[in-house]
Design a binder for this molecule. Structure first.
Ligand SMILES: [Zn+2]
Ligand SMILES: [Zn+2]
Length: 270
């Protein structure tokens, strides 16, 4: 990674163990009513330095209330908290874009906006069903179709990080995969300079594993990838920055390095 202006800046100001939560939903998301300000107050209490609001940008038939996302309102809200917390919090402009490879025009429009961090997410891949509607679908079939669609999303690229990589685990409580196929996906992630998110949402539901599972994280590393981002995927302030420390340490023990994204550039935390 070449050292950018932001990289140099981060080296100057950075301290070890800087706390970051790069996956947070505010009331710009269809499924959250929490204000950005509420999270900012909590971030100050917890000593979190970097916070990225990544509201859902879903397209067409993906979700009810299609078109709910309002980029102008997002940036207006963000500007307000950026001014209020200037010098105290690093507030990054993020977005969680659903299925970018299927909504290319919308994705290209999104790239023109001043986001620091764009996550690609695969929420809907099976007959237009939400995960919660897939109870009748076998776990084998769910994962087989999921990985194929994931391959397409990774092949398309153009965003910064892949959110909640083994997402069907949220419903099925297990993961089915083929090492060779995931190795191909991870090689493609390296080629397309995509970073894997470690998403802690399942941990606060009492599950032992983050998304992705640690064995999948090893494959990611072994394919030559070096970085990860941390995200709680909080939709309310109680979930903000929860269960972050252990999975981060586990990833670091594997030899992976945490990064934040500023102006779409990965900046390692030293
Ligand atoms: Zn998501
Ligand atoms: Zn999310």
């Amino acid at each position: 990674m070449k050292l950018t202006f932001w990289g140099i800046w981060a080296k100057i100001i950075s301290v070890r163990n800087m706390r970051c939560d790069l996956h947070v939903h505010s009331d710009i998301s269809v499924d959250s009513i929490e204000s950005m300000e509420t999270y900012c107050e909590r971030a100050l209490e917890l000593g979190v330095s970097f916070l990225s609001f990544t509201d859902h940008l879903n397209n067409m038939s993906d979700m009810p209330k299609n078109g709910y996302y309002d980029a102008d309102k997002y940036f207006e809200n963000l500007e307000r908290v950026r001014e209020k917390y200037d010098g105290r919090l690093q507030l990054l402009a993020g977005v969680e874009f659903g299925e970018p490879h299927r909504y290319r025009h919308e994705f290209e429009q999104t790239l023109k906006k001043p986001y620091d961090f764009i996550m690609g997410s695969l929420h809907i891949w099976y007959d237009g069903l939400f995960l919660s509607q897939m109870r009748e679908v076998s776990v084998e079939s769910a994962f087989e179709t999921y990985w194929k669609e994931m391959y397409k999303m990774i092949e398309y690229g153009g965003y910064d990080a892949v959110a909640h990589f083994d997402f069907p685990k949220r419903l099925y409580k297990q993961v089915i995969y083929n090492d060779d196929y995931l190795n191909e996906i991870f090689a493609l992630m390296k080629k397309n300079a995509l970073t894997l998110e470690i998403n802690t949402s399942l941990l606060r539901k009492g599950k032992a594993d983050a998304l992705p599972s640690s064995d999948i994280l090893k494959l990611y590393k072994n394919a030559g990838n070096a970085y990860f981002t941390m995200g709680s995927d909080a939709h309310n302030v109680q979930d903000f920055y929860t269960n972050m420390e252990k999975p981060r340490k586990d990833a670091e023990n594997l030899g992976l390095e945490e990064v934040v994204f500023i102006g779409r550039q990965a900046v390692p935390l030293l």
